[in-house]
Design a protein around this ligand. Structure first.
Ligand code: PLP
Length: 440
């Protein structure tokens, strides 16, 4: 995919990739699992360990469980290898929210459906999306945006217009109620105006990210029903947005099917015409388990570990949002540690004291400088949030066949044909990548 214009935050370590390690012999070795990667490469930069089989299996499970169309929210992880794995798993719709995302998806999947679900767009972004990349669906939450959409598409008669409904602050870990969304009265007015110019109209909302309460979708659907009744028009699509949760240490969400049933129930209760489609826009739920992050301990100070990645890198959510991630220590050439687990906090590599991650992250009590740590559930909002702050801009990407560190109820059936995964012994079912090491 060399022709894809996308500046990845992580550089792939793939077949034929040269890694300059001073004094290392030039050899080609298969990399199959994370332990094997540490053994072979002793990486001193953070490494993103991509599990294509997990991503495809998760996508396949979600697509078959959701009673409608599944749009992947690209912002969550726009890595081309991730998009390809999701496509393999059956995702054919993409929720893009910038010209860059629209272009990336169109270049990779000429026939995919792209929906521009950002309610505030620049005039140029609208023109590009409509005229250059064939996007027809756009979200909006104001009359000004509706006017802009009509004007910038030269009064197109084939628009899909989605009114973003504001929701009261809910129970999601990541509240998204502040920035976008029209209040019910305004949403009803917009729906009427949109119906007059759009070929297709819909309502969309977002219950907040990592939403642990299935009933939040039912409540939002009920509010959407009020808006439709008030507007007195028919809609073509009801889009319940993203927010579907995954497991983190100490947090096990209700099973996926509880969310699917809540959506189906809330939708059915509205009694909309049979032809009304149901959409969703999951981000986190599709990709979180599909990537882990491998970091190295640079210094230990009591139960604080200084590691080589942090809140300005791929661990943004471990900072102020205080997400905890499943962790395991990797120490090559040694018998496995039998030390009991203890709680550790992390400092990232930059000079900023805000580069701190409280965790707690559970790791063996004898962990020391030079050990590696694998952190799971970092496929969502991980690599895409990296900055180059303080010069720590190196991170690598490699494919592995390991199972995820943590599984979410109802998501991944490991007997599934897509989940052809290895165990951690390194006996991989398939070898997915090679790394060429060369003497510097
Ligand atoms: C971020 C976002 C999503 C994805 O949210 P998740 O909580 O990751 O599922 C979906 N839709 C819109 C409009 C978003 O902004």
């Amino acid at each position: 995919m060399a022709q894809v214009r996308y500046r990845s935050a992580v550089s792939p370590l793939r077949r034929g990739t040269t890694l300059n390690r001073r004094g290392a012999p030039s050899v080609r070795r298969p990399v199959t699992c994370v332990d094997n990667l540490v053994e072979t490469l002793r990486p001193s930069d953070p490494v993103h360990c991509l599990r294509p089989a997990v991503l495809s299996a998760t996508a396949a499970r979600f697509v078959s469980a959701f009673p409608g169309d599944v749009l992947y929210a690209v912002k969550c992880n726009p890595e081309p290898a991730v998009l390809r794995a999701l496509y393999e798993g059956g995702v054919r719709h993409f929720d893009a929210a910038s010209p860059g995302e629209v272009r990336l998806v169109r270049q990779m999947f000429p026939n995919a459906e792209i929906h521009y679900m950002h309610p505030v767009k620049s005039p140029d972004a609208i023109r590009q999306a409509y005229f250059d990349f064939g996007v027809r669906d756009f979200s909006l939450d104001s009359a000004e945006e509706l006017e802009k959409l009509v004007e910038q598409t030269d009064s197109a008669d084939d628009l899909g217009l989605f009114i973003r409904l504001g929701l009261p602050k809910g129970s999601a870990v990541y509240d998204l109620s502040g920035k976008f969304g029209a209040a019910p009265d305004e949403a009803a007015r917009l729906l009427r105006s949109a119906r007059a110019v759009g070929r297709k109209v819909g309502i969309c909302f977002h219950v907040g990210s990592q939403c642990l309460d299935p009933a939040a979708y039912e409540r939002a659907l009920e509010l959407a029903g009020t808006v439709i009744a008030r507007a007195g028009v028919e809609i073509d699509v009801m889009d319940v947005g993203g927010g579907f949760p995954v497991s983190y240490p100490g947090v096990t969400p209700p099973p996926l099917d509880d969310f699917m049933e809540a959506v189906a129930r809330g939708f059915a209760r509205l009694g909309l015409p049979k032809r009304t489609r149901l959409w969703c826009e999951p981000g986190r739920a599709l990709v979180a388990p599909g990537v882990s992050l491998l970091v190295q301990v640079i210094r230990r100070r009591g139960n604080e570990l200084f590691i080589n990645d942090g809140v300005y890198g791929s661990l943004s959510d471990a900072g102020v949002p205080a997400f905890r991630f499943p962790a395991r220590m990797i120490r090559p050439d040694a018998v496995a540690s039998d030390a009991a687990e203890e709680a550790f906090a992390f400092y990232g590599p930059t000079c900023d004291s805000a580069d701190y991650m409280a965790g707690p992250f559970m790791l063996p009590a004898d962990i020391r400088t030079g050990d590696w740590i694998e952190l799971g559930q970092l496929g969502a909002y991980g690599s895409c949030l990296r900055t180059a702050f303080n010069g720590f801009d190196n991170a690598r990407l490699v494919d592995v066949t390991d199972r995820p560190l943590l599984e979410t109820p109802g998501y991944l059936d490991l007997a599934d044909e897509h989940a052809d995964l290895s165990d951690r012994s390194g006996q991989a079912a398939i070898s997915v990548g090679y790394i060429t090491e060369q003497a510097a």
